[in-house]
Design a binder for this molecule. Structure first.
Ligand SMILES: Cc1cc2nc3c(=O)[nH]c(=O)nc-3n(C[C@H](O)[C@H](O)[C@H](O)COP(=O)(O)O)c2cc1C
Length: 201
């Protein structure tokens, strides 16, 4: 089949995010100017540069108590910092519990039971037990076409790696099994890996 998104797909559910899959999950922790804390998963997330290291995530749609966006972007506008917490398979239910459309005062660390620890380089909390945390300073927020579509870019200014995830100097994902988002209500988990040499290596 072929469809133009502006004409609709005619399927029971939008296949778009089942096409771009699997996606890593950036579990984003933020703090508002009033000190309130927030935690939410974003699968429109990726790394985008090495030097300096940079990441992005995209927020779509808005909450009625936040004007044109959701709590994460609103907090980042205020404090210009966020932390990306990597999600292991074991934390899938905790991550999912943090994704509810709670009001702005709700602290999703409390709601989900995600363990909290302070960041080192930014004024924000992180998920204490995550395999890795990327502490980020906001570089820019880009407004995309459509309603309430924003991409947040950040420079990574601090990196935490959980000690048991380092095997002979390698950050080995098989020690924790990263969770990834697919379409619909589906997820997948990394349980195997293989290596390829690039041409000329
Ligand atoms: C695995 C997963 C991935 C998600 N990815 C995104 C995403 O990329 N962009 C987005 O706007 N919402 C995404 N959501 C929904 C948000 O997590 C949800 O709207 C949340 O309430 C936003 O929280 P906040 O208002 O505290 O930022 C995702 C939810 C789940 C469970």
């Amino acid at each position: 089949m072929f469809y133009r998104p502006e004409d609709g797909h005619g399927l029971p559910h939008n296949p778009f995010n089942a096409i771009v899959t699997p996606r890593p999950i950036g579990w984003i922790s933020t703090r508002g100017a009033d000190g309130s804390e927030n935690l939410a998963p974003y699968s429109f997330f990726n790394a985008v540069a090495y030097v300096p290291p940079q990441v992005m995530f995209a927020s779509t749609s808005a909450k009625s108590d936040r004007g044109d966006t959701k709590d994460s972007v609103a907090n980042i506008r205020e404090t210009e910092a966020f932390c990306v917490n990597i999600v292991e398979y074991e934390m899938r239910d905790v991550m999912n519990a943090s994704s509810g459309a709670w009001d702005r005062e709700t602290d999703e660390f409390d709601v989900s039971g995600a363990p909290r620890a302070p960041c080192e380089a930014i004024a924000c909390s992180r998920v204490a037990t995550a395999p890795a945390n990327l502490e980020c300073r906001l570089t820019q927020i880009v407004k995309l076409p459509g309603e309430a579509n924003f991409v947040v870019f950040g420079e990574v200014v601090g990196v935490h790696l959980r000690d048991d995830c380092l095997v002979d100097g390698i950050f080995d994902v098989l020690t924790f099994n990263p969770l990834s988002r697919m379409g619909y209500r589906d997820y997948t988990v990394v349980r195997e890996k293989f290596s390829l040499k690039r041409p000329g290596e």
